[in-house]
Design a protein around this ligand. Structure first.
Ligand SMILES: NC(=O)c1ccc[n+]([C@@H]2O[C@H](COP(=O)([O-])OP(=O)(O)OC[C@H]3O[C@@H](n4cnc5c(N)ncnc54)[C@H](O)[C@@H]3O)[C@@H](O)[C@H]2O)c1
Length: 265
């Protein structure tokens, strides 16, 4: 038996096919946790402890089916990691050009809010209905340092993350008395994931009046990140392991920065 004793747990990870979610899935599987990856498409990692249920977190029908299938397969859920998310940089108003592709529009707004905020609500509601019956469990919301600080060129994304920080605080008050903990993780600048596409980097550079090379240099500068490097995906996964374990039994209602000292929020 290990210090964390997570071996017998069953955990749903949304968006576990890529990036941070994939790192979480991998680490939990290696620790003996039964992991259900709920993503739009299956990832490349395979493991005897890993199951995949194709899920769109923005769809109530899809989410409720995924939760029901998990309980049918494993008989229980111990934790939910709301990790699925997207980030499309866009300015509130672009004064440089008319019909700018880098200006926030209704479609971009609705897409980010649907996946990053509504998806967290739908998954958390479906899972908490089950956890309440058990009187135990953990919900982990993947936020972002930008949700605490705000972010130039990423206002809508940052707002969705601030919204889920608020979900974390409110749900911890509603669910705490029922034995359920709700915690958030706010990663800062991390190693490359599926989120950091060429179009993401060029849009972010445009919105900040910088070149893509200048944006890339910021991934490891001590002037922005005191520890002077991007975060490793496994450094988020390590925190997830602690948070699903009973060793963190008095932690609830908070969002923890994993940002190398960058966050002031
Ligand atoms: N990468 C970073 O530097 C960073 C920093 C702070 C916070 N985050 C947050 O971490 C989380 C993971 O980001 P990442 O960088 O690993 O991104 P990623 O693009 O590598 O992975 C996101 C995953 O979510 C899935 N997904 C997207 N829409 C979905 C939907 N509707 N239903 C189900 N799954 C869906 C994608 O298919 C993908 O597998 C996000 O919530 C993101 O906001 C990332």
């Amino acid at each position: 038996m290990s210090w964390l004793e997570v071996e017998k747990k069953t955990v749903i990870v949304t968006g576990g096919s890529s990036g941070i979610g994939a790192a979480i899935v991998k680490e939990l599987c290696h620790l003996g946790v039964k992991v259900v990856n709920t993503d739009l498409q299956e990832g490349t990692f395979e493991h005897e402890n890993l199951s995949f249920i194709q899920t769109d977190v923005t769809s109530r029908v899809s989410v409720e089916q995924a939760v029901k299938s998990t309980i049918d397969m494993f008989g229980k859920i111990d934790a939910l990691v709301n990790n699925a998310g997207i980030n499309i940089p866009a300015l509130l108003a672009d004064t440089n050009q008319l019909d700018s592709p880098y200006e926030l529009n209704d479609a971009l707004f609705e897409k980010m809010v649907n996946i990053n905020q509504k998806g967290v609500y739908l998954m958390s509601q479906a899972v908490s209905r089950y956890l309440i019956k058990e009187g135990a469990g953990v919900i982990i919301n993947m936020s972002s340092e930008s949700g605490l600080e705000g972010s130039e060129g990423q206002s809508c994304y940052a707002a969705t993350k601030a919204a889920i920080n608020s979900f974390t605080r409110s749900w911890s008050k509603e669910l705490g008395k029922l034995g359920i903990r709700v915690v958030g993780i706010a990663p800062g600048i991390m190693e490359e994931t599926g989120l950091r596409t060429a179009s993401y980097e060029s849009a972010l550079a445009y919105t900040r009046g910088k070149t893509v090379d200048e944006i890339r240099a910021g991934y490891s500068q001590t002037s922005t990140i005191p520890l002077g490097r991007s975060g490793k995906l496994v450094e988020v996964a390590d925190l997830v392991v602690y948070l699903i374990s009973d060793r963190s039994s008095y932690l609830s209602g908070v969002t923890i920065n994993v940002a190398g000292g960058k966050t002031r929020g």
